[in-house]
Design a protein around this ligand. Structure first.
Ligand code: ADP
Ligand code: MG
Length: 697
């Protein structure tokens, strides 16, 4: 058996392998491409492809695929084998530079939001050399971007790479102003903490709602939920521990830095966090992690639920996006430095984020908008839909002192003069630990906590990178022409604090009074649902931001809005249809059976001895009959609403109709069915209950 250090990355064509298998000159030009975005010439591509193929074949690979992230939210692959016929009737294994660099999958069946008519169905995939190739299921997977033939992005990776480039461009301008002439590039790093539920596979298969929608649409509250707080960080059960061990092995082989694992707040809920890495790679790795979570669970006769709200009444699952900016020589731009000058730079980058989050609250909200996530945001288990930044008291008072030009260090009574005074060192403990903020500064990184568990991390990082790039661009435009750099800098920081302090909030984000204050007094946005926020993707200011930084074209943006809204409509329509199906085929028949049983018992009792009391039987009979009438009329109503929905042709109007009519109607129906569950005996209830699912592993 291999040790972890031996098996780590054993299925990845990483720099260790490149160094060992490529000639010095090929390796050095590939390095330039990976780190500096230099163009790769054809002979180098051929050499890399040949080395990759030999390496992969030795490890059992027979096929290769361009691995990409279309707008379905999951990854896509189309496998081609390496075999090529040889003149002697046999085959040889071949893989050319051309095949490595570009693929041409038929794009017509992927969502394009109107970007691509089916008659021009071709799309192409282009190698992303900044993310290593790897072997999965005997297939060499080459991370690629996916575009239409006209060059419009049809995936999540392309705009992410563009946003990283935009941020790099602007951050370098700022660093140069601070006299840094050596940094070659600035990238963002992300460590996404992934939450999920694990349940027994046999029970899962008995629930149509889980199978079709990934969440339970019915289920009465079990006697025990998460109120005892005994699951969080609790001892991991043997079956779950075996799953986690297996999962770690698989992830490590693929070079995913899986680091921590623990039980989460809700029963059956767990979390996995990797060590942070470059955003692009972190995004690929998180997709792989979600795939392997599900595959590995299945091998252990478990099912991994990635849905944001699989169970009502207990916490749902999110994904914390820990984000920071780093130079190529490893310096984190959100670390307050040791010298006054470094601190001024830190404060400027901090201000850039504050400004970005305030100016583009809507884009951040949009970037986490899905039907599933709407259940969590603002439900006292995840941050509200209102964006705000938590900075901690220390940093907040420093900013206040700068803004008002008043003393910060009480005992020294000195004013904070930027570029002159040293900031106190913030430790992680003086920040952090406010779990209710959507966007928290945690020592040397920002933690964005509104993202849903099933979502790709690409979208939030695209918006975050671009919004911060815009703040930095505004700063650089002004500072590059400043006669007196320190005063201009001071003024800029002060102005940002003054203009954007409304977004800073260190209190309890779950509190209703905060939502009122945020909206009424501070004028912050509160887009509760996906249909509320999505149309704002095309607001003029957002369109301008995303197009000037060349992250999206206007056509790409409107296509994305269409796809996300369509997805919202489809998911909830499937949920509603599943409810109707379960009620008609399973729940109402179960209630009828029990009603009949009770009626028969009452009648038999009366026949045996008319003086026997039937109060209990009659009471249940009345309740069940009442409930089945209610359920029947409500399911009828929901069906009618679903039919009416089909009359609407406009996606936006459909989404509003779903929000206003379908979802409330689903809620009412569920309440009645859950009441019936409590009245019926276990042996007659047609599917596993919450108790079975949450405590069954
Ligand atoms: P918690 O949020 O539970 O306190 P940590 O703060 O230790 O946990 O880390 C959470 C995640 O943040 C991990 O994935 C970790 O690798 C990542 N992380 C830590 N430092 C940084 C950083 N500078 N930039 C981006 N991510 C980071
Ligand atoms: Mg965290």
């Amino acid at each position: 058996m291999k040790t972890i250090t031996e098996s780590f990355g054993s299925m990845v064509f990483d720099e260790r392998v490149m160094k060992a298998t490529l000639s010095a000159s090929v390796y050095s030009s590939l390095e330039k491409t990976i780190h500096e975005g230099a163009k790769l010439d054809a002979t180098v591509a051929d050499a890399v492809a040949a080395a990759m193929k030999d390496w992969a074949v030795l490890r059992g690979a027979t096929h290769y695929t361009h691995w990409f992230q279309p707008l379905t939210g999951i990854t896509a692959e189309k496998h081609d084998s390496f075999i090529t016929p040889s003149p002697d009737g046999g085959v040889i294994m071949e893989f050319s530079g051309k095949e490595l660099i570009k693929g041409e999958p038929d794009a017509s069946s992927f969502p394009s939001g109107g970007l691509r008519a089916t008659f021009e169905a071709r799309g192409y995939t282009a190698w992303d050399p900044t993310s290593y190739a790897f072997i999965k299921d005997n297939t060499l997977c080459i991370p690629t971007a996916f575009c239409s033939y006209g060059g419009e992005a049809l995936d999540k990776k392309t705009p992410l790479l563009r946003s990283m480039e935009a941020l790099n461009r602007q951050a370098l301008r700022i660093l140069r102003l601070f006299g840094n002439s050596t940094a070659k590039y600035v990238h963002t790093s992300v460590g996404p903490e992934q939450e999920y539920f694990l349940i027994d596979k046999e029970m899962y298969l008995k629930r149509k709602d889980l199978v079709y929608t990934g969440r339970t649409l019915f289920g009465a509250k079990p006697p025990k939920g998460q109120e005892m707080d005994d699951h969080y960080f609790g001892v991991i059960k043997p079956r779950v521990a075996a799953f986690m061990e297996d999962l770690n092995q698989e992830l490590w082989k693929l070079g995913v830095l899986a680091k921590t694992e623990h039980n989460e707040v809700a029963p059956a809920q767990h979390e996995l966090a990797p060590i942070y890495t470059t955003t692009n790679v972190a995004t690929d790795h998180n997709q792989l992690t979600m795939e392997l979570l599900q595959k590995t669970a299945s091998r252990h006769h478990l099912v991994c639920l990635l849905h944001e709200k699989p169970f009502a009444g207990v916490n749902g699952s999110g994904k914390h996006n820990n984000w920071s900016m780093t130079t190529d020589d490893g310096s984190n731009l959100f670390t307050p430095g040791a010298t006054p000058y470094e601190n001024a730079q830190f404060l400027l980058f901090l201000c850039a984020v504050i400004k970005a989050v305030d100016d583009y609250q809507d884009l951040l909200r949009i970037s986490v908008a899905t039907a599933g996530n709407d259940h969590r945001l603002g439900a006292n288990e995840a941050p509200p839909a209102v964006m705000s930044i938590f900075l901690g008291n220390e940093l907040t008072s420093i900013l206040e002192a700068i803004e008002t030009d008043t003393p910060y260090f009480a005992e020294k009574r000195s004013k904070m003069k930027l570029g002159v005074d040293v900031l106190p060192k913030f430790t992680k403990d003086t920040t952090d630990r406010n779990r209710t903020s959507p966007f928290a500064f945690t020592g040397n990184k920002f933690e964005f906590r509104a993202l849903g568990s099933s979502d790709s991390i690409a979208c939030v990082n695209i918006m975050l990178n671009t919004a911060v790039a815009e703040s930095l661009k505004i700063y650089a435009d002004r500072l590059e022409h400043a006669k007196d750099f320190p005063s201009a800098l001071h003024e800029m920081i002060r102005k940002t604090i003054k203009d954007h302090k409304r977004i800073i909030f260190n209190g309890n984000g779950y509190d209703d009074t905060w939502i009122r204050e945020a909206v009424k007094e501070r004028g912050l946005l509160n887009y509760r649902t996906t249909p509320d926020c999505l149309p704002h993707l095309l607001d003029q200011k957002n369109l301008e931001l995303l197009t000037t930084h060349k992250v999206f074209t206007p056509a790409e943006l409107s296509s994305r809005m269409e796809i996300i809204l369509e997805n919202y409509c489809k998911s909830i329509t499937i949920e509603a249809t599943t409810m109707v199906d379960m009620v008609m085929k399973e729940i109402l028949p179960a209630i009828s059976s029990y009603t009949l049983e009770m009626a028969q018992i009452a009648r038999t009792k009366q026949e045996v001895d008319a003086s026997l009391s039937c109060v209990y039987e009659k009471e249940v009979l009345h309740q069940l009959t009442g409930l089945s009438q209610r359920i029947h009329s409500q399911v009828q109503a929901l069906s009618d609403h679903l039919v009416a929905l089909q009359e609407l042709s406009d996606t936006c109007r459909t989404a509003f109709q779903i929000r206003d009519v379908i979802l409330p109607s689903m809620c009412t129906l569920r309440v009645a069915c859950d009441e019936a569950e409590l009245l019926c005996p276990k042996r007659l209830w047609p599917f596993p209950t919450y108790g079975d699912l949450l405590f069954g592993v």
